[in-house]
Design a protein around this ligand. Structure first.
Ligand code: ZN
Length: 227
């Protein structure tokens, strides 16, 4: 198959990280596709939110149902009977960990990309703030990239613009891309399903807010409009 080297597919959840990646991809590629996954997450509205952001960004959007992932193992993002860990337990994964999630997402994304002749994949994983999730690490992404190329005899390139930057630097990147306000107001990162600044106390909100405060104070804007 002839690959379109000017197109990229973003694994897109409508959260802060993948939205930043979406606009990063728009800057670097002529044509951008956003692929969202329905995997049994409690807050299904995040998919509709993702669709809205993709529309605003003017990129292709597709939502794919992969709910089987939620049935494979127990975790608090898909199982309403499990109370979410607000802190990482000593010596184990937080129960927000969905085993194999990025393995599934990126593998499916690669097959989808191949069908559309796209060789560039973009994901918002970060080793810096990886919360103990092993499939956010650079070694995993590099290994999977090799595996996908061998599996399909293609030359995929997985881009990870956020791999080595922290949340404050991710906000800085959003600002540089001219979408800080859009990302702050329109995206959903919160484990409790609250859009924008979120519930304020779940681990995702804490990480997001601390990053934003750090970035804004470094810009000396904190007192002006944050609270
Ligand atoms: Zn929250």
């Amino acid at each position: 198959m002839t690959m379109n080297k000017e197109a990229a597919l973003v694994v897109f959840s409508g959260g802060q990280d993948s939205t930043t990646c979406l606009f990063w991809a728009k800057k670097h590629f002529k044509e951008v596709y956003a692929l969202s996954f329905i995997y049994g997450q409690k807050h299904v509205k995040e998919v509709e939110l993702a669709r809205g952001i993709a529309e605003r960004a003017g990129v292709h959007f597709h939502a794919m149902d992969v709910s089987f992932i939620g049935h494979l193992g127990k975790n608090s993002l898909t199982d309403t009977s499990i109370v979410m860990d607000e802190e990482k337990p000593e010596g184990s994964f937080p129960n927000t960990f969905v085993p194999g999630r990025n393995l599934f997402f990126l593998s499916i994304a690669a097959v989808y990309a191949r069908e559309h002749g796209i060789s560039h994949l973009v994901t918002g994983v970060s080793q810096t703030d990886f919360s103990g999730y092993p499939d956010c690490r650079d070694s995993f992404i590099k290994s999977l990239n090799v595996t996908l190329n061998l599996a399909m005899d293609e030359q995929f390139v997985i881009h990870t613009p956020l791999m080595w930057i922290d949340k404050a630097q991710t906000w800085a990147l959003a600002d540089e891309l001219g979408v800080l306000d859009l990302i702050r107001n329109e995206t959903l990162t919160c484990y409790n399903g609250v859009q924008g600044d979120g519930c304020g106390h779940c681990p995702a909100c804490k990480l997001r807010r601390e990053g934003l405060e750090k970035y804004l104070s470094s810009k000396n804007k904190l007192s002006a409009f944050y609270y």
